[in-house]
Design a protein around this ligand. Structure first.
Ligand code: ADP
Length: 213
């Protein structure tokens, strides 16, 4: 089986439902020599994950969904807005030195670089900053904008995008983080306002949450 790792007890419940379903929670509990209360968390996980269906007065039945369908279904329905982190940003006028300090203080590997008003200008990664430091020039005087990746080459996501699509962007562009942006109209045209960041850590956290841990 690929995807979701089920406990022995959850596997046993699925096997009982497969043979005897539709079957009530009480009957499943009796077959496993457990109390109805002891079984409740497992039944909740199995119904939430979409593997089991439940109908009042009828009982539990198998939905026929594979674990892989369930994962695709969940990641395809959760939006970036539900999983994002607060943005960590510096102004485009900041030095490479200050950007590195911000990386340490905020404990992030990717800094978003913004213009006045919080509009997206670029992204500075750990290696971008290392490269700048390795030139041997004074990084206190070097603006971050000379060693960042800049617009329009930034891969972004937006709050309404599904987590699965944002995760695919992280993989296909081989980056650790995406700025989360919304488009706003300004006097100097359409700009991207930074409202968050979406990283590999957000996906890991979501994954652990979905497993009910
Ligand atoms: P690192 O460089 O520390 O390995 P990344 O893999 O995230 O970190 O970054 C690789 C390169 O891609 C860097 O030069 C960085 O500026 C750039 N980069 C990072 N995130 C993005 C993004 N969302 N869109 C475009 N370029 C990015």
């Amino acid at each position: 089986m690929s995807g979701i790792e089920l406990s022995k007890r959850q596997e046993a419940i699925l096997a009982i439902v497969k043979t005897y379903g539709p079957i009530t929670g009480k009957e499943i509990a009796d077959r496993l020599n457990l109390s109805r209360a002891a079984l409740r968390p497992d039944l909740a996980i199995l119904t939430m994950s979409g593997l089991l269906g439940a109908r009042p007065r009828v009982g539990y039945y198998l939905t026929g969904k594979e674990p892989a369908d369930v994962i695709a279904g969940v990641l395809g329905s959760v939006k970036v807005a539900q999983a994002l982190s607060q943005p960590v940003a510096v102004r485009d006028t900041s030095s490479v030195y200050d950007t590195i300090v911000t990386m340490f203080v905020e404990d992030v590997g990717t800094i978003i670089v913004v213009s006045e008003g919080g509009f997206l200008e670029g992204v500075a990664s750990r290696k971008d900053m290392l490269k700048a430091a390795m030139t041997g020039k004074n990084i206190n005087k070097m603006p971050v904008s000379v060693s960042m990746t800049r617009m329009p080459n930034i891969v972004v996501t937006h709050p309404e995008e599904h987590v699965l699509q944002a995760a695919q962007k992280l993989l296909s562009h081989q980056v650790d983080a995406l700025p989360v942006v919304v488009s706003v109209k300004t006097d100097s045209g359409e700009k991207l306002q930074v409202v968050g960041r979406f990283t590999k850590t957000n996906i890991t956290r979501l994954f652990v949450q979905l497993a009910g841990k």
